[in-house]
Design a protein around this ligand. Structure first.
Ligand code: HEC
Length: 154
């Protein structure tokens, strides 16, 4: 009887974990370096008045390639934690910029539903990052996207 009771308690401990740890994915210097081999899920060209000067949207020769690390897609309107999206902007003569967004989660930047914003160099090394990158300009414009701050895939 006593033994059975102990056993029951033990089982409870292992199977009934009340609150799982909040999941967090923190990108590091290796997270973006192979982006060019990821899933190229959108490619946009030329001027886009909605962009203004952002992402070279005022350059008629601009090419904007959007790579999703594992081809992630939103689930019930939300991208999974660990989603990494890189946008490479170039024109007919030169590389212009790499930007990225990462679904970090765990309460990070809850005003932006857990997204962290990045500027990368041509090889995917991190130049700058944060919740409020470029004084909030990234978030300000991406808040207009219809699904979870992402324009190109819903
Ligand atoms: C003025 C609006 C605007 C600003 C500012 C802006 N973006 Fe974007 N961004 C867009 C649009 C629109 C797209 C969709 C692709 C396109 O039209 O080129 C996009 C696409 C992206 C993508 C690919 C995922 C997606 O949403 O389709 C990433 C990553 C990205 N932007 C990161 C950033 C980062 C980081 C910043 C700040 C450094 C930033 N953006 C600033 C408008 C903007």
């Amino acid at each position: 009887m006593g033994l059975n009771f102990m056993q029951a308690c033990k089982d409870d401990d292992t199977t009934d974990d009340p609150t799982p740890e909040p999941q967090e994915f923190v990108a590091d210097s290796t997270s973006f370096t192979s982006y060019a081999s990821w899933s190229l899920d959108a490619e946009l060209m030329g001027e886009d008045p909605a962009l203004g000067a952002a992402h070279a949207g005022n350059d008629s020769n601009s090419v904007r390639k959007v790579y999703f690390m594992d081809g992630q897609a939103p689930v019930n309107g939300e991208y999974p934690i660990g989603t990494i999206i890189v946008k490479e902007t170039s024109n007919d003569t030169a590389f212009l910029a790499n930007t990225a967004m990462v679904k970090r989660g765990a309460g990070f930047n809850s005003a932006n539903d857990g997204w962290e914003w990045f500027l990368l160099d041509q090889n995917g090394a991190i130049l700058n990052r944060g919740a409020d990158l470029m004084g909030g300009a990234c978030a300000g414009c991406h808040s207009k996207a219809s699904v979870d701050w992402v324009f190109t895939k819903n």
